[in-house]
Design a protein around this ligand. Sequence first.
Ligand code: SF4
Ligand code: FES
Length: 249
Amino acid sequence: MNKMMKIRVTRYRPEQDNEPWFQTFEVPATQDTSVLEALGYIKDNLEPSLSYRWSCRMAICGSCGFMINGVPKLGCKTFLRDYFDEPEVHIAPLANFPIERDLVADIGNFVEKLETVKPYIIRKKEKSTDEGEYLQTPAELARYKQFSQCINCGLCYAACPQFGRNPEFLGPAALALAFRYNQDSRDEGKSERMEFLNAEEGVWSCTFVGYCSEVCPKSVDPAAAINQGKLVSDIDYGLNLVGLAGGKK
Ligand code: SF4
Ligand code: FES
């Protein structure tokens, strides 16, 4: 089925616009036209000045996150056929972030949060390469594998009402990432991360709305990681009381 679709995009060019505005285009769509391809059609044929972010076109790089009819989604993984019955498709930059330009959200705050939680394996003493690799059983891998599938797309932040209210909240992906490394049998850096997880802007700021997990395109389930992180935080608090843990609360 071929169909002409109305695509409304948010426009904002800070050098000339005081506030965001909308521009509507007619775009030809088939069963296989993705939202990202629709934006490509607009840029190539109708409005070359339109700015948006993308790279892989296969739900890997995480850069094409938009609000599509109000829902955070990847443009390359969302198809216009799902909107054939809608009067139009509105594509806007990710919610809860400042707009940098048109459909490009400024996600600097999000990237800083990912760095904050020390997302790498920490060893008290590194082995030399002669001593071989750090081995791990399939069961040990299974404890964190799901949480390692994150592509840093930021959709969960656009979905999170707590992050919308308080940009200091570490948020779903960063907390899931911290949990992922804390669960890794090769890692010895948990006590360094607990300081961030136990803090006011850590796991306890989450009110378990769960929309982050609903919109995640990789089934990471950050809400589950945060919930389990609360349990770990409670245990860490108890250990702190008896002087046996490194995290603060
Ligand atoms: S947890 Fe899911 S929604 Fe959040 S950044 Fe990672 S992949 Fe994207
Ligand atoms: S373009 Fe890479 S995730 Fe969509």
